[in-house]
Design a protein around this ligand. Sequence first.
Ligand code: URA
Length: 184
Amino acid sequence: MSDLDSLAIEAAACRACELCNTRKNVVFGEGNQNATMMFVGEGPGRDEDLVGRPFVGRSGKLLEKLIEQETGWDRGEVYIANTVKCRPPNNRNPLPEEIASCEGFLRSQVAIVNPTVIVTLGAVASRALLGVNEGIGSLRTQVFDFHGCVLIPTYHPAAALRGGTGVLAAMRSDLAKARLLADE
Ligand code: URA
């Protein structure tokens, strides 16, 4: 069994925060264990909670399309995870204590996959990994180091679905930049 498989089993039994009381499934993450690019979202929504897989709803379909079009990879070639592994009720933002309870799983996923580039999707994931409180609009124009990986913040696909001006174009350009950096 791989290190990621053992970690997923541990996560499936996790009761470290209140989200365990309302989840249907733990959404650990999935993809290529040797991926050079890893995506980190916020947390499971309704669709993900029902099936136990990340980004399977509308945001996921858009993310999949952007990954394919801007990096040339399909979703199975990258690794996809979330900041918290259990759905926050009514899709509210995860609370700081929930993010903190789940942080060990995400850090271990990063350490095991050891991607060249991490793309954080939205303010929650970007702030959680970087430990900052800036808005995503300014974070996304910067490139960070996260324990030896290049970290590129971009918008969450839900923001593009809401039709924010220029959000989709900005995401495309961020993913294209991430792809170039993944090859270096
Ligand atoms: N939004 C997220 O942040 N993660 C998912 O897995 C699905 C929607």
